[in-house]
Design a protein around this ligand. Sequence first.
Ligand code: TZP
Ligand code: MG
Length: 218
Amino acid sequence: MSRVTGLSSLPRPLPSPLYVILDPAQAKGRPLIPLLSSLLKGGTAIIQLRAKEMSPSEFFQLAREVREHTRSSKCLLIVNDRVDIALASQADGVHLGQEDLPLRVARKLMGDKIIGISTHDLTQAVEAGRDGADYIGFGPIFETATKQTGYAARGLSLLREVRSAVKIPIVAIGGITEENITQVWDAGADAAAMISDLMTAADVAEKVSRVLSLHQSP
Ligand code: TZP
Ligand code: MG
């Protein structure tokens, strides 16, 4: 399939309406592999591994381990920031920020693997579609304490505008919880990313499965 249309390797729609971000810095002291097992047990089908505070070597070792677990559960693995670590760990894709490698350069290295990119306004979203991203992250939708994004909350009406302007899947991010996730889906996001609301759950597997069930209910 032509690169211009994107989506050469990503199943359409996204394999899940829930996009889980696994970040050791946000794991509240829980050991990562048991946490991953709980996420998978709950039905997680797409995970982004994010480890801003690790050395490249540590990040690579972790990505390899996470790859083994996600492969046997048929869960997509997306590595944050690092094209080299995504390739070396045999992840399914990479997630770029606006300050990471340019999309077109990353595409040359990633071939048909998945490339997602964070966007924060309509222009960036449209550009990402034009430049061949497989999906965009868009946010922060709501206020979040998890990451200093430097952006005010974008809100649901801008999400709706982005939905009408881009064809590729949208992963909404920032401040999304079990309580507000259906609004995000209703505004046109194909998936919603979650960190803190999952990481603070007493039973992570049950939380994932409950959130997923909200998507199916009328
Ligand atoms: N990018 C934009 S907001 C965000 C990232 C990584 C953090 C989202 O975390 P939470 O806890 O789900 O608000
Ligand atoms: Mg980045």
